[in-house]
Design a protein around this ligand. Structure first.
Ligand code: NAD
Length: 317
């Protein structure tokens, strides 16, 4: 494809705070899309970020960046929402629900008014609940509405297992499933390192012990609390996860990533957005991957779904 025929790919980013601006920076450096329009209720912040990012263009793959408004969403392939309140120290993700649900109702209405027919990616917390709300408010097919789900939690798990085994985290296959929050679960039954199952490792070497696995997962589940205590917010990891998800969509990769997707009978659950591995391509969610879970993992996934269903009910009644 030469420059004259290259397809224009537009991302509309709504919310240029810590997460949104870091995502924009990752997009620019990785050359994932040709256009990025930044929308924020704080117009000055959106303008400042667009100027600052544009000044890096001589050092980066090309991308047009500007501060815009909802009318710019009409021609967007992707609308990525990172707008809203974030967790204060000690606050859970579910504590943000009322504030952010109100914000989402008006954002999604404004996006849809533009004539947008692309794919929504949601990262604002509580992400599973707000992805469900985006699906309902937009009226788009569920495959076009994706939450970042446990993409970051799975990355944190891979990183910590890589550290444990002293191996490149890209050689670790591991998923965190369930709520992006306190009821999420590690799927040890389907974890492998360089193609070798965790189960095999443990049988041969007696390690990692259950205590070690519990400690590793505790650090995954509570990572956001640990980072927020230290610097007030988390943003680089999720920004890179969002860039990865964006690439899988726009480049039609058919990649398997753990995202928040609507379940319609998979894992014996339906009517809930929750973190599951899914095949991602240009159409959005091509399909949900149904792993064979242990009984304990299945029980925990259902318990997590119950928490999310209750939370969804509080805002969608
Ligand atoms: P932030 O406060 O730095 O940024 C939020 C931005 O949203 C601000 O620029 C604000 O002006 C804008 N905004 C608020 N209301 C708006 C509206 N109605 N329309 C347009 N823009 C609006 O917060 P942050 O640290 O960037 O976090 C954003 C969200 O991302 C939070 O909900 C946080 O919990 C979530 N988050 C998710 C993950 C994940 O894994 N999914 C990880 C980290 C943070």
């Amino acid at each position: 494809m030469n420059a004259m025929t290259k397809e224009v790919t537009r991302i509309a980013l709504i919310g240029s705070g810590f997460v949104g601006a870091s995502y924009a920076f990752a997009l620019l450096n990785q050359g994932i899309a040709s256009e990025l329009v930044i929308i924020d209720k704080n117009g000055q912040k959106a303008e400042g970020d667009a100027m600052d990012l544009s000044h890096g263009l001589p050092f980066a793959p090309s991308m047009r960046v500007w501060a815009g408004d909802y009318a710019d969403c009409k021609d967007a392939d992707l609308v990525v929402i990172t707008a809203g309140a974030n967790q204060a120290p000690g606050e859970t993700r579910l504590d943000l629900i009322d504030k952010n649900a109100r914000i989402f109702k008006s954002i999604v209405a404004d996006v849809m008014k533009s004539g947008f027919q692309g794919i929504f990616v949601v990262a604002t917390n509580p992400v599973d609940v707000l992805t469900y709300a985006t699906w309902k408010y937009s009226g788009l097919p569920a495959q076009q509405v994706i939450g970042s789900g446990t993409i970051l939690d799975s990355a944190r798990l891979k990183y910590l297992l890589g550290e444990y085994f002293q191996l490149d985290s890209r050689n670790v296959h591991a998923y965190v499933m369930g709520e992006h929050g306190d009821t999420e679960l590690p799927v040890w039954s389907n974890t492998s390192i360089g193609g070798r199952s965790l189960h095999d490792y443990r049988e041969q070497y007696g390690k990692p012990t259950q205590e070690e696995l519990d400690r590793i997962f505790g650090n995954v589940r509570d990572a956001a609390y640990h980072i927020i205590e230290r610097k007030g917010a988390t943003y680089y990891g999720i920004a890179m996860g969002l860039a990865r998800l964006t690439k899988a969509i726009l480049w039609n990769e058919n990649s398997i990533l753990s995202v928040s997707a609507l379940l319609t009978g998979q894992y014996g659950l339906d009517g809930v957005y929750i973190g599951v591995p899914a095949v991602i391509n240009r159409a959005g969610i091509r399909e949900i991957v149904e792993l064979k879970l242990s009984d304990d993992e299945m029980r925990k996934l259902h318990a997590s779904a119950d928490v999310l269903k209750k939370a969804i009910h509080t805002i969608m009644k």
